[in-house]
Design a binder for this molecule. Structure first.
Ligand SMILES: Cc1cc2nc3c(=O)[nH]c(=O)nc-3n(C[C@H](O)[C@H](O)[C@H](O)COP(=O)(O)OP(=O)(O)OC[C@H]3O[C@@H](n4cnc5c(N)ncnc54)[C@H](O)[C@@H]3O)c2cc1C
Length: 384
């Protein structure tokens, strides 16, 4: 087995030779990020090149087993890869709900057939997934969901509506919570995987204050889903759902982390904004570094199976607050120019649109109030 030093040297050399220059810049907008899928769009051709090169090594999911399209790296090697990518400022080669949310749930709850069917396609960015959890009357009270999946022999028939389904209109498949027993609440939920191209699935975008509409209402009208697409046990989907939510919260918590070199916020401070703002940026940077160190510790504990189950709630709460303050500071540092909405120079308002987007960080994946409730109950042991 290769020593960690040799692995670092080899990884560094490979990244230097294979990460295109254009992929060593921060992602500036949603369109600039790589999502893959059956009908992918790329703002720059290097996005595909970078995703394919990393995917071929399994490095879009470095710690997944090689049999499922992963890199088969140890926790230490995965950390080295992350560090070397950060050193070169390499972008994440693939943004994917499949990687950050569904993949871990498939690895834990999937049958061998399901793993072999879905994980390699996720790793190579071939299939884009969306998350069908929330419904018009089931957000924080998620277990109140009503979308039904009725038993029809070898398949289920799904009827109902989801809401706030991010990128449903661009996704290829959905991981979806459905009700398979109407007589009970949590114990009547199942977890289904199905193709968004199935007959009876339709989506309707919801327009946001930023002018974008990455969210949809998603409707199911007698959608046939083979029983083989059930993830985990019938009526025990709530366990899968909660496990996946932990990973979603961990993913969302990472939004707030800025790098040092090349970070627009640090660059702004260097350019000499007013002293008060510089002090606020310095304070943000200290908090961000402390959070980063804590995230490292958390991820190590998670990989070792030693994390407290409520730890993602802590990370989600603090990480999303950080991300909001990061964009407040960016807007303040840019002054009134930063509010420019339509010009080419402003990349069509990338900054104010990103700032507005952060307002949703403390809602998505479970609101801050819900995270604080979880922390109060499960970590501080306060009475409910
Ligand atoms: C950007 C974004 C992306 C999203 N993407 C997806 C997606 O892809 N798929 C998906 O399924 N869903 C998605 N959602 C939905 C998201 O998970 C829900 O919005 C969230 O869980 C909150 O539910 P709700 O909107 O129904 O609010 P509600 O549950 O109605 O909450 C309204 C307010 O009441 C508070 N509240 C509710 N219950 C309590 C309580 N017990 N104690 C204290 N306060 C409480 C909440 O904190 C909140 O402030 C997304 C949401 C956003 C904003």
């Amino acid at each position: 087995m290769m020593s960690d030093e040799s692995f670092r040297a080899e990884t560094r050399a490979w990244l230097e030779a294979n990460c295109p220059e254009s992929m060593r810049q921060p992602v500036r907008s949603d369109k600039d990020a790589t999502w893959g899928g059956r009908n992918p769009t790329y703002a720059h051709p290097d996005q595909k090149l970078w995703m394919d090169r990393m995917g071929a090594r399994g490095w879009t999911v470095p710690d997944w087993p090689a049999a499922y399209g992963g890199g088969g790296l140890t926790a230490a090697e995965t950390k080295i890869l992350r560090e070397e990518m950060a050193r070169l400022k390499c972008r994440n080669p693939l943004n994917s709900f499949g990687i950050s949310m569904l993949g871990p749930a498939l690895l834990k709850y999937g049958t061998e057939e399901q793993k072999l069917e879905h994980l390699p396609k996720i790793a190579r960015g071939e299939i884009r997934w969306c998350q069908g959890y929330s419904e018009p009357n089931a957000g924080s009270d998620l277990a109140g969901l009503q979308t039904s999946a009725d038993d029809a022999g070898d398949h289920f028939v799904v009827n109902g509506q989801k809401v706030w389904t991010s990128y449903a209109d661009e996704a290829d498949w959905i991981f979806c919570l459905v009700r398979t027993d109407k007589t009970t609440k949590q114990a009547g939920i199942s977890f289904l995987l199905f193709d968004m191209a199935s007959e009876g699935v339709s989506t309707k975008p919801i327009l946001l204050i930023s002018g974008y509409s990455p969210f949809c209402e998603t409707f199911f009208d007698n959608v046939k889903v083979p029983k083989a697409n059930l993830l985990g046990t019938l009526n025990k989907g709530w366990d899968v759902a909660k496990f996946l939510l932990g990973h979603e919260r961990e993913m969302i918590s990472g939004f707030g982390l800025g790098g040092s070199a090349g970070d627009p916020l640090i660059e702004a401070a260097r350019k000499g904004v007013d002293p008060l703002l510089r002090a606020q940026i310095a304070l943000f940077d200290v908090r961000s570094k402390a959070f980063s160190a804590m995230s490292e510790k958390f991820i190590d504990e998670l990989k070792a199976g030693k994390a407290h189950p409520a730890q993602p709630s802590m990370m989600k709460y603090y990480g999303t607050e950080l991300n909001k303050s990061r964009h407040e500071l960016l807007m303040a540092a840019g002054g009134s120019d930063e509010l420019e909405w339509e010009s080419e120079a402003s990349r069509h308002g990338a900054a104010p649109r990103a700032w507005l987007r952060t307002k949703a960080n403390s809602i998505e994946g479970g609101t801050s109030e819900i995270q604080l409730n979880i922390i109060a109950k499960r970590i501080l042991d306060l009475p409910s």
